[in-house]
Design a protein around this ligand. Structure first.
Ligand code: KG4
Ligand code: ZN
Length: 342
């Protein structure tokens, strides 16, 4: 079909996402999150996430089908994230997708989660142009990609060597005594702080690091630096200026993300930058990205947040593009691959 009706299943982390698209048109995007269950651990607990997917999938599928106003039998294909992500969480989605595809006798498309994030942009209704550089930042990944063609040519330029950007926000929030998830909390606290108050390190940004890690990220050194700075203040019996620490930390993360993304645009002669992932909610990140990109002559695209955070619609959208390009469905023997390359 030229405009295939596709249901996408996303369970790579803590969001159970079911999305339905007709070609490039979004019909429904249902998301159930187990974030609240992870709050007391300060981060996503894989086993808890997997169990939550098992319980949330069926109701989410029913809700998405109802919202789209379709019947399951109308579907042309089923799509599912097969990686990268948490192995147990992925397996729940893959198992459900296989069961659905077999019972409906429809083709099944296994897709890459990161490429799915890039495909989300198609659903905004605006014309999408390639090549583009894509910066994907969430609690689970921090990746810089060069997209020459969505279905056939996506190159990983670099990724985090340790924590994901969102994870860094969550860990620093914890150190500052702010609740989980920490990203929005730090964003709020930083609003009244001075981003230049403390000069925290920019990971993998020294000339000696850039040779081998030009587009890679590292946030563990920054985390240690913030923790040490706070300890020293406390040891000296001085109060911790939470707003200044939050603003300075946020500035360090944002600076390195935007600097490397625009460096990739410049090196590859690509005047487009696509942003994706839950950390895109960060106000300072959007602001600095838009400001510096404008100065560099780079057009920035930021899909609505509901399409930036993990969701099933982006997975369905990618499969619809694959179908339109004539790609064959996946053979049913595929598994979940927590480190699936693009
Ligand atoms: O894409 P997402 O919803 O899902 C997962 O990665 O699971 O991203 C969630 C992450 C969390 O680490 C959260 O702290 C971070 O995105 N986040 C933010 C902001 N809002 C959410 N980080 C920085 N600033 C924000 N405003
Ligand atoms: Zn994601």
């Amino acid at each position: 079909a030229a405009e295939p009706l596709v249901l996408g299943i996303e369970t790579s982390c803590d969001e159970t996402g079911i999305g339905i698209v007709r070609g490039r048109r979004l019909l429904s995007n249902t998301i159930a999150s187990s974030m609240a269950e992870h709050a007391r651990y300060g981060g996503v607990v894989p086993e808890v996430a997997a169990r939550a997917h098992l319980e949330a999938l069926q109701p989410a599928i029913e809700a998405a089908v109802a919202e789209a106003g379709i019947a399951l039998g109308d579907l042309d294909a089923v799509a599912v994230t097969s990686g990268p992500g948490l192995a147990g969480a992925l397996m729940v989605g893959v198992g459900a997708a296989k069961a659905l595809a077999v019972s409906l006798d429809k083709p099944l498309y296994a897709v890459n989660h990161l490429v799915g994030h890039i495909a989300a942009d198609i659903l905004t209704g605006d014309d999408v142009e390639y090549p583009t550089v894509a910066l994907l930042v969430s609690g689970g990944h921090t990746s810089l990609l060069l997209v020459r063609d969505l279905v056939s040519d996506v190159e990983m330029l670099g990724e985090t060597m340790d924590d994901a950007a969102g994870e860094a926000f969550d860990k620093i929030a914890r150190i500052l005594g702010l609740p989980y998830p920490g990203g929005p909390e730090i964003d709020r606290a930083a609003a009244t702080g001075d981003p230049q108050a403390i000069r925290f390190p920019r990971g993998l940004s020294r000339a000696s690091d850039l040779a081998a890690h030009r587009y890679d990220f590292s946030f563990s050194g920054l985390k240690t630096a913030v923790a040490r700075w706070i300890e020293q203040r406390e040891a000296a019996g001085e109060p911790v200026p939470v707003a200044d620490v939050a603003a300075s930390f946020r500035e360090a993360v944002v600076d390195v993300l935007v600097t490397k993304a625009l460096d990739a645009c410049a090196q590859h002669g690509v005047p487009r930058l696509l942003l994706g992932g839950g950390v895109i909610a960060n106000r300072r990140l959007r602001e600095v990205a838009l400001e510096r990109a404008a100065a560099a002559g780079v057009a920035v695209r930021i899909p609505p947040l509901s399409l930036c955070t993990d969701n099933g619609a982006m997975i369905a959208a990618l499969a619809a593009e694959l179908i339109a390009s004539g790609a064959a469905p996946s053979r049913l023997a595929f598994g979940a691959d927590s480190t699936l390359p693009v």
